[in-house]
Ligand binder design. Structure first.
Ligand SMILES: NC(=O)c1ccc[n+]([C@@H]2O[C@H](COP(=O)([O-])OP(=O)(O)OC[C@H]3O[C@@H](n4cnc5c(N)ncnc54)[C@H](OP(=O)(O)O)[C@@H]3O)[C@@H](O)[C@H]2O)c1
Length: 290
């Protein structure tokens, strides 16, 4: 029986990929730094500790790979992990990258070429920005809840936000199926929205107004850094906002439909669902409309 390792297995995408595969009868092992109570299929795994790699990949055929977070140069940790995984029998990797990342010699862009060079079957998923950033603990969601405000450096640029359930459905299908498609897998939602438009939609769904303020990339770098993110990575994130301002995230692709056979969820439907199931997560509890 096939075993799939899901790194970042308790995170936004990883836990959805694990759930997708389990409902199809695939044996799934999730991996992250912290234990999951009552789950004996979860292993302790830390990108900063290569001593945790071997147990995680033991008997694993396929891997969903979420690279080290907040690391502007994750290639050395990922390279060591891939060597261990391939030696243990891993043949396919679905790498979670991002539409904002292009292949290059260093940084996040170094990962797709690295994985392709070491693993026989590789799918690089390049999702647009997550709808999930507007709920839960992401800084955008926190800004909405605490101040009724979204702050970016995106200007009037538009983003084709995607539901993480759709990313997981694509990743799960690629890790479950017999073959993987050639070419780039750029994953988007069905509609490109500016943050002004997204803020208005959040206000309409939650019943409380939300505003968007666009600041400079330098100001955003300082703000992200003040939240505890290392300077280099804060600059990378703010630089992505500058790219959005220039129109880099406006494209809409058919990849979700092509791979899963169904249309991706719209931002409005995502928000309605999130507000219905977790109203305190999608708006300030004191201001949320019941
Ligand atoms: N947010 C967006 O809009 C967006 C858009 C495109 C692409 N992406 C990409 O999505 C990725 C993040 O995925 P996500 O949102 O699913 O993750 P997430 O929700 O932030 O969760 C991170 C997961 O990784 C684990 N983790 C964190 N540090 C770790 C470490 N040192 N070693 C091992 N595991 C560790 C966490 O569990 P523990 O804490 O237990 O370790 C958790 O399971 C990033 O690579 C980002 O570039 C995000």
């Amino acid at each position: 029986m096939r075993t799939v390792l899901v790194t970042g297995g308790t995170g936004t995408t990883g836990r959805r990929v694990a759930a997708f595969l389990r409902t199809r009868g695939v044996k799934v092992r999730t991996a992250s730094r912290h234990p999951v109570a009552g789950d004996d299929q979860h292993v302790i795994f830390d990108w900063a500790d290569p001593g945790t790699f071997a147990a995680a990949v033991d008997g694993v055929d396929r891997v969903f790979l979420v690279a080290p977070l907040s690391d502007s140069d994750p290639a050395s940790a990922v390279g060591g992990f891939l060597d261990t995984a391939v030696a243990a029998g891993t043949r396919r990797v679905a790498l979670l990258s991002a539409s904002a990342v292009t292949d290059g010699p260093s940084g996040l862009g170094a990962l797709p070429p690295l994985v392709r060079a070491r693993v026989p079957e590789v799918a690089v998923l390049r999702p647009s920005w997550f709808m999930q950033n507007f709920v839960g603990n992401h800084p955008i969601a926190v800004g909405i809840r605490e101040r009724g405000r979204i702050t970016t450096a995106t200007g009037r640029g538009r983003v084709a936000f995607i539901d993480p359930d759709d990313i997981a459905a694509v990743a799960g299908q690629l890790l479950f199926g017999e073959s993987i498609p050639d070419g780039e897998l750029i994953l988007t939602g069905p509609q490109a929205l500016s943050y002004d438009e997204a803020a208005t939609m959040v206000g309409e769904v939650t019943g409380t107004p939300v505003h968007h303020t666009s600041i400079t990339a330098g100001e955003l770098t300082a703000a992200i850094e003040a939240g505890g993110v290392p300077h280099d990575y804060a600059r990378v994130l703010a630089g992505m906002d500058e790219e959005i301002a220039g129109g880099s995230e406006e494209r809409i692709t058919t990849t979700v439909r092509d791979v899963t056979g169904r249309a991706p969820r719209s931002f409005r439907d995502f928000l309605i669902d999130a507000h219905r199931t977790h109203p305190a997560h999608s708006a300030h509890p004191a201001r949320a409309v019941a």
